[in-house]
Write a protein that binds this ligand. Structure first.
Ligand SMILES: Cc1cc2nc3c(=O)[nH]c(=O)nc-3n(C[C@H](O)[C@H](O)[C@H](O)COP(=O)(O)O)c2cc1C
Length: 367
């Protein structure tokens, strides 16, 4: 981890920092199906929580397990900080959990149980997509922190009732799989905070200190981000993917059919290709899932911005440069402290004429 950070504001020492043993309440959330070991390790080293991603839902169980094992080993070898694993919970029509979902979670248990040093570092599992049901208790019984990502108050209440440690309220503007009901982050987070009494992490559209201050100011205990961490020096995805984010204009994002529902990404010719394929109805679900994952890997690994699918959030238009993970975390915390201190001064001295602090102008270097 980074040198222990003396946080000046108590609001930055939250349930998230205490539970995961991290310095700042910032999480890099899972971004499958390509590797996130390098960026996860960088986030964990910089004082946040990095997350590994599922290596795919359309590959064979053997292939998935071999890849995930390498990812976990690689992340542990690159950082001494704590990290987590994201596993989307897919279910078959019968209601049974997808074999790959189950296999990924069981591998996590097995690797931690076989290696005490790894278990100290590998501290959490984040679930998403479907509801994890009984697995929530199993995850916690294994000594892992369980955070579950939701897109509605109803799902947040259901997760809270099973005893999850955190809910991640992730609004419709998020990158990757978004939700069938388009509730945006500002509304979702405020509603979830009002309705559940477990700690809430805000996600979807957070990319700078303004978002962090907003989340903490609302009463959340941290933020989880995806898109911002793609455009980092440490992320080993293709440079063209990072530049596509940096150059994304406002309105450059689109929603296309994902695996479990809609997914958000940047517009490329592949999105139209996908729409045409869906229209023909010729591919079955498995073939379609394979096509989509293969097209995502083409963009992530090979930088193909024509035939590749490029999942990313609406906040891509606010991201102006590729930066180091440490610069992003430090800048976000500095800016959030500034904004929260200013907000607090407005309450303690209401008659003062306040200078507008506002949110960052991308050109002035503030986050
Ligand atoms: C390229 C990409 C891939 C993603 N893959 C996953 C995934 O495998 N599982 C998951 O739960 N969320 C996935 N997400 C969503 C992120 O975990 C996170 O919730 C989201 O990026 C937050 O919104 P933001 O992009 O505005 O920061 C993905 C997001 C992106 C951008």
């Amino acid at each position: 981890m980074s040198q222990s950070r003396e946080t000046e504001l108590d609001v930055l020492n939250t349930d998230v920092t205490h539970a995961y043993g991290i310095d700042v309440p910032i999480i890099q959330d899972g971004m499958g199906p390509f590797s996130t070991a390098a960026v996860a390790a960088a986030v964990s080293t910089a004082g946040g929580l990095g997350s590994l991603s599922n290596p795919g839902m359309s590959i064979t169980v053997d292939e998935g397990l071999a890849t995930l094992r390498l990812e976990i080993e690689r992340c542990a070898s690159l950082t001494s900080g704590p990290f987590a694993l994201n596993v989307p919970f897919g279910r078959l029509d019968s209601g049974e959990i997808l074999p790959l979902t189950e296999a990924y979670i069981e591998l996590a248990f097995e690797m931690r149980n076989a290696d005490a040093a790894l278990a100290k570092q590998f501290v959490g599992i984040t679930t998403s997509a479907g509801f994890p049901g009984d697995y929530s208790k199993r995850i916690r019984d294994e000594g892992l922190i369980h955070a579950h990502k939701v897109g509605s108050v109803r799902h947040a209440e259901k997760a809270a009732a099973t005893g999850v440690d955190f809910v991640i309220a992730s609004g419709y503007e998020m990158g990757g799989h978004t939700h069938s009901m388009p509730v945006h982050t500002f509304v979702l987070a405020a509603s979830v905070l009002a309705e559940v009494d477990i700690p809430v992490i805000v996600s979807g559209g957070v990319f700078n200190g303004c978002g962090l201050a907003g989340a903490l100011g609302m009463g959340a205990c941290g933020v989880a981000m995806g898109t911002r961490f793609i455009a980092t020096r440490e992320n080993d995805w293709h440079e063209a993917y990072k530049q596509k984010i940096v150059n994304s204009p406002e309105g450059g994002d689109v929603v296309f059919p994902g695996f479990y529902g809609p997914a958000r990404g940047l517009d490329t010719p592949a999105v139209e290709e996908l729409a045409a394929l869906v229209g023909t109805g010729e591919m079955d679900l498995v073939a379609m899932a394979r096509w989509k994952e293969e097209r995502m890997v083409r963009a992530m690994r090979d930088g193909d911005m024509d035939s590749g699918l490029v999942p990313a959030g609406q906040c891509a238009s606010g991201i102006k440069s590729v930066e180091s993970v440490q610069e992003i975390l430090d800048g976000m915390v500095r800016r959030a402290e500034e904004l929260l201190r200013h907000a607090s001064s407005m309450i303690s001295s209401p008659r003062t004429t306040h200078v507008r602090v506002g949110c960052p102008a991308p050109s002035n270097g503030r986050k």
